[in-house]
Design a binder for this molecule. Structure first.
Ligand SMILES: [Mn+2]
Length: 289
C-alpha cells in the first residue's frame, strides 16, 4: 500500500521524529467569494505528490532525505474565520515549538493569517513574501476581517510584507499601498513601476513565503477560485524563490487556493511540485548542499 503522506514516503522519512519539515493540510474554504473548492486542495496535492521524483534535478538534492511529516487534516472551525485563524495559529505553534519548519497545504488564502502570527512569535524579525494575483489588502470583506481578501492586510499588521505578482486591485487597496509604501512587484512586464529586486531587497533575513496559486497564469493554473489573466509562468515563479533562497532563510510557507475540480489534474501536480520546491529551498541547505 502507498503510504498516504506527501511524496508517499516510508516511515523512516515521514515520522515526526525523522522530519525537518511538517506539512499541515488545511481543507478550509468558507470565505471564498467567487468559486469554492479549495477544501479539496490539500488532498489533491498529497495524492499528486506520489508521482513526483524524489530527486530534484535543479538543486541536485534528494528532497525525501530532508524528512517530511504530513499531519492529519486540520478540521475547519465552524464558528467562523476568526476562530479558524486561532486554530491554525495553535496548530502551527505546536510544531514550531518542536523546532520543525512548517508548511501549510491550503485551503483558501485566509489560513495564512494564523500561520504568519505563529511564525512571528517564533521569529520576531520575520517578513513575508506574498505571491498573489490580488493584493488581499481589504480591511474586511463580506463581513469578516479574517477572510481570504484580507489576508495580506492582517499579515501587514504583524510584520513587514512584500507583494509580488499583483495584477488586480481595488481602489482601497491601491490607496493603502501608496499611503503605506507597501513594496509591490506588479506583474506587468511593460511597466516600470516596480522590480523584483525592490521586492527582494525589502525583505528581512528571515522570510515566510505565502503562495496563492493564482499568481501563476491561468493557462498553467486554471484550478483556482479567482483566476486572473496574464500571470507568472513556472520558471518565473521558481527562479524568484530560488533567488530568495540564495540570500534569505525561508522559515515557513504555505501554498493556497488549489481548487482541483476547476482544472485538469496537471494543476494538482504543479501545486505539489511547488510545495516540494519550497521544502527544498527552506531546508535543502541544511543537507550540506
Ligand atoms: Mn490571495
Amino acid at each position: 500500500m502507498v503510504p498516504h503522506n506527501f511524496l508517499a514516503l516510508p516511515q523512516e522519512q515521514s515520522s515526526l521524529d525523522a522530519a525537518q519539515v511538517v506539512l499541515i493540510p488545511v481543507p478550509y474554504d468558507s470565505t471564498t467569494s467567487f468559486r469554492s473548492g479549495s477544501r479539496e486542495g490539500p488532498e489533491a496535492i498529497i495524492t499528486a505528490s506520489y508521482g513526483l521524483e524524489d530527486y530534484d534535478f535543479e538543486l541536485e538534492l534528494d528532497v525525501s532525505e530532508i524528512g517530511i511529516h504530513t499531519t492529519g487534516a486540520l478540521e475547519p472551525h465552524m464558528a467562523g474565520p476568526g476562530p479558524m485563524t486561532e486554530r491554525v495559529r495553535d496548530a502551527v505553534t505546536t510544531y514550531l515549538d518542536t523546532g520543525r519548519t512548517v508548511g501549510l497545504l491550503g485551503g483558501e488564502h485566509s489560513i495564512t493569517i494564523g500561520s504568519v502570527q505563529a511564525h512571528v512569535d517564533a521569529y520576531p524579525s520575520l517578513s513575508v513574501l506574498y505571491l498573489d494575483a490580488h493584493a488581499d489588502l481589504r480591511d474586511e470583506y463580506m463581513g469578516t476581517p479574517f477572510g481570504h481578501a484580507s489576508a495580506a492586510r492582517r499579515v501587514y499588521e504583524c510584520c513587514p510584507i512584500s507583494l509580488a505578482g499583483v495584477r488586480s486591485l481595488c481602489q482601497e487597496e491601491h490607496d493603502f499601498i501608496r499611503k503605506n509604501n507597501v513594496p509591490v512587484w506588479y506583474w506587468d512586464p511593460n511597466s516600470q513601476r516596480s522590480s523584483p529586486e525592490g521586492v527582494l531587497d525589502s525583505l528581512s533575513d528571515t522570510v515566510y513565503v505565502s503562495v496563492d496559486l493564482d499568481v501563476l497564469d491561468p493557462a498553467l493554473m486554471p484550478a483556482v477560485g479567482t483566476p486572473e489573466p496574464g500571470g507568472m509562468n513556472w520558471h518565473q515563479l521558481v527562479s524568484l524563490l530560488g533567488k530568495l533562497a540564495e540570500s534569505r532563510r525561508i522559515v515557513g510557507f504555505d501554498v493556497c487556493e488549489l481548487a482541483p475540480a476547476d482544472g485538469p489534474p496537471a494543476c494538482s501536480y504543479t501545486a505539489a511540485k511547488l510545495v516540494y520546491k519550497l521544502v527544498a529551498y527552506a531546508c535543502g541547505n541544511r543537507q550540506g548542499r
